[in-house]
Design a protein around this ligand. Sequence first.
Ligand SMILES: [Zn+2]
Ligand SMILES: [Zn+2]
Ligand SMILES: [Zn+2]
Ligand SMILES: [Zn+2]
Ligand SMILES: [Zn+2]
Length: 296
Amino acid sequence: MGFDLDRFESTVEPDLICKLCGKVLEEPLTTPCGHVFCAACVLHWLSKVNSCPVQCQKMSLKELNHVLPLKSLILKLDINCDYRDRGCNRVMKLQHLSEHIENCDFSPVRCRNEGCDAVLSLKDVASHMREECEHRPVELCADGCGLMLSLKEKSDHRCLEALKTHSGFLQGKVLDLERELKRRRLRFSRRERSLLSKLSALHCELHMTEYKGRIDALQNSCIPFNKEEETATLNVTLHRASGCLGFNIIGGWSCEGQEGDSSNGIYISKVLENGTAEKSGLHVHDRIIEVCLISL
Ligand SMILES: [Zn+2]
Ligand SMILES: [Zn+2]
Ligand SMILES: [Zn+2]
Ligand SMILES: [Zn+2]
Ligand SMILES: [Zn+2]
């Protein structure tokens, strides 16, 4: 909704008027067909109808655009304060209006004395509460209840009744606070649950990273070991002792075995203690590359 025309000091150009509300454009947005409306007016319209408000073409929310030059033109117009009817005579540029409204001496404020419903201008509320309000606190009861008495209560105050009213008021307050506490507890426990589930997801992620690190470290420590093993060549001559050579073998050759592929080949799987093989320097995992002489 725009600003009422009669709030402006001079006549407003028709181009600055929203065709939906008939007032001066507030936060102007333009359609692809070039029509301009207040943001609130056109957004409300497009939530129901998917075409330009002057019925010229179909369009969607995404096609709206800001019109900055128009906006700055409107912000320079002279406007009356929102509280002109309450007595404020200030006229200011529209761009300063919201700042003024927050501190306007004539903005309505409710009296904060308990039991008073008076609404006053900001400039008058303090003196009303202090000097005029019949609900303003004046003195502590001297008859024994110890309650703070307002001007109105002072003349016909009875301790017992006043204490009953006060206690009812306090009970009401306690109930309100308990309800609020319950609501907050519920909100915090929901928040706690969501944080815990996020934390556990982060823990899992952390463990995965840790395991990956360990696997990488293991792989790195294995690679040089394998390479070293493969490059050390040993020539041994074994003499059969008490019927055996003192070692077992495993492995074989695949038909398409490639050279250097460690999954192919014949390896020593076991070396007998004090056997011929052990004495000659053979170890488990050694690969047998060539056999020169097989003595039966
Ligand atoms: Zn249009
Ligand atoms: Zn409008
Ligand atoms: Zn004002
Ligand atoms: Zn008051
Ligand atoms: Zn009393």
